[in-house]
Design a protein around this ligand. Sequence first.
Ligand code: XIL
Length: 374
Amino acid sequence: MAVAGCTAIMCVTALLALTQPWADDGPPTDAGELPALARAHGVDLGVAVAVEPLLWDGGYQDVVEGHYTSLTAENTMKWEHVQPERGVFEWSGPDTVVHFAESHGMDLRGHTLLWHNQQPSWLSEGVWTSAELREVLREHMEALMGRYQGRIGAWDVINEPFEDGGPFLRENLWYQVLGEDYIAEALWMAHEVDPEARLYINEFNIEGGGAKSDALYALASDLLDRGVPLHGIGFQSHFVHGQVPENLAETMTRFTDLGLEVTVTELDVRIAEPVSEEAIQEQREEFRHVVAACLDVSGCRGVTVWGVGDAHSWIPEWFPGYDAATPFDEDYEPKPALWGMVDALSREPSERSAGSRRRGTGRVPGGTRRRPVR
Ligand code: XIL
């Protein structure tokens, strides 16, 4: 394809001219244009990956490198994997993900630092003074964020801080020992460790608005008012087929209006069993809708899909009775959901999206006005 020397808009227009039949005639035989389309819009199209298949499964590797521009480690950067014993760090999994991304020119999202799940027992069952827990947190951040400093652009520093149904803060280990300001403390600490990284709060059940979303909005506003280095909100987006929020772009815009960036960090759309062909077809529009919502919001950095294919999705285990939540089937064949993402990205990039608009966003309004709490 002769695209050398063209501007981003010209390139994508040329690309679209060649691929225009997609919209009318269904899927192209090769969806390898997806990364180029995403980049032309200035967004990432990411996927969460597991270490073993990334190392050994050719079909898995082909899906990842052929369709996505960014990786998130589904589990291997979580605390229980990185620091299973105090002071004992396991780098083979995280290194595998980082090296795969870098050798394929992909971006990385870091997931995750403070969460109530997948903590090693020495951490979750320890009896800590606040000074000790701060020290433990600093050691962990310095080791993990420090190891990949300058290579992982954004980190989910705080994961799922609100109770499942909201709107109250979850009384996790960090809350119990450090108090509710643990969120600000952790963001300051992360900012010290990697001053260039964009720092996120990542949450679920906020995408369509409501009390939990409002509570997160109030928290984010307060943090920004205090000059805390919060740069983005992750919309996890674990949706149920038939219940994908119409107003996703509107909810995102509420947060970007605060000066934050947003990212769809963990998209899947689970279908109740028995999974019908009709539902699989309808899922195309749901994936299209989510990607289109991101393109509609100038501060949206991208969409990451949670799982390479249905055989590797967390859904059947965690939500018994549901399945088929990702854009590839159990044999790595593309599903209509994949073409839904192609549909969304096939529109012409706007003037704003085609450039480097997203690279410079995520600045904290007013800058940093307060010193870190130690
Ligand atoms: C999930 C993984 O996909 C599973 O493999 C693991 O057993 C549990 O965690 N929100 C998050 C993710 O932030 O880290 C979770 O990932 C899904 C919910």
